[in-house]
Design a protein around this ligand. Structure first.
Ligand code: C2E
Ligand code: CA
Ligand code: CA
Ligand code: CA
Length: 283
């Protein structure tokens, strides 16, 4: 029986079968998500560690299928990338984020950061689409930051990588800024820092978490070195996932200018950002 079953594991494993069906359900649902108004954006403040003021907000996508529970981005973003649905969804995100950010920018000089996938950047029309959205919402290029990850370059051919770099460079010439997200988690972070046109480094949450754990000396040294390197390259540094005052204090003493995390605010709906802005300077 054992040998007979060997080739059939994939077909008959009930857990795998269930996972496949779930994947298919999510794919079908995601195709209709924009038309059914099931997508929303939350925004998480990026704050100055010096004075607590909000300098930017990161748009984070939320999906609640009709009549269902919210699906986590970690689950649906990869499906959107596989199916190419991330292209229309990503445009929806940009459009909504720029619409929401206009007043925040006009009244408080706040910029908005939007996560983009490699799949979007490989699309020929991406830079025109971005510039078009900015123009439609009369948001200056300087108000937009696009967040990319080094992992998005892993699956690309050298020619595609080159194309992505030139798309980013073009947007940057127009004044749009580029942030390298999840910095320090990949195996070639430093190499990408040399090849990618970036303005902002976002140090991954895993560093922040480790700063206050038992064996923190190495993490402390690494984080400090990254902050100093970024400073000498004229990059802005944002530390992600700050959850405690202790972490914020350590990072501030290291000279890290900006931070993001539950200590300051979780991602919240746009109207909550309005509320928070009236409370600045903000503790
Ligand atoms: P990310 O870009 O690294 O976003 C940061 C994630 O960390 C968010 O998870 C945020 O809610 C969470 N976070 C923020 N502060 C803290 C903290 O203090 N502690 C902890 N434990 N977590 C914190 P979220 O919203 O679930 O998003 C997960 C990922 O999904 C994002 O990671 C990003 O890679 C992707 N994503 C979200 N929205 C979009 C989008 O519009 N487009 C694309 N392409 N990807 C997106
Ligand atoms: Ca991000
Ligand atoms: Ca991140
Ligand atoms: Ca991420």
């Amino acid at each position: 029986a054992k040998s007979a079953g060997k080739n059939q594991i994939a077909t008959f494993d009930p857990a795998l079968r269930e996972a496949r069906m779930e994947h298919a359900r999510l794919t079908t649902g995601l195709r209709q998500a924009i038309a059914q108004n099931e997508l929303t954006l939350n925004y998480q403040p990026v704050v100055s560690l010096g004075n607590g003021e909000i300098t930017a907000v990161e748009a984070l996508l939320r999906w609640t299928p009709e009549g269902g529970k919210p699906v986590r981005p970690d689950v649906f973003i990869p499906i959107a990338e596989e199916t190419g649905l991330i292209v229309p969804i990503g445009l929806w995100v940009l459009e909504q984020a720029c619409a929401d950010a206009r007043r925040w920018h006009e009244e408080y000089g706040i910029s908005v950061t939007v996560n983009v996938s490699g799949r979007q950047l490989r699309d020929e029309s991406f830079s025109d689409a971005v510039l078009g959205v900015l123009e439609r919402h009369r948001l200056p290029e300087q108000a937009l930051v696009l967040e990319i990850t080094e992992s998005m370059l892993l699956a690309t051919t050298p020619a595609e990588t080159q194309r992505i770099i030139s798309v980013l460079a073009l947007l940057r010439e127009h004044g749009v800024r580029i942030a390298l997200d999840d910095f320090g988690t990949g195996y070639s972070s430093l190499a990408y820092l040399r090849t990618l046109p970036v303005d902002v480094l976002k140090i991954d949450r895993s560093f922040t978490t480790a700063l206050t754990e038992a064996d923190h000396h190495q993490t402390h040294a690494f984080t400090k070195a990254i902050v100093e390197l970024a400073g000498s390259l004229n990059l802005r540094t944002v530390v992600e996932g700050v959850e405690s005052g202790e972490q914020a204090g350590i990072l501030q003493r290291m000279g890290c200018p900006l931070a993001q995390g539950y200590l300051f605010s979780p991602p919240v709906p746009a109207h909550r950002i309005d509320d928070l802005l009236h409370l600045t300077p903000w503790q």
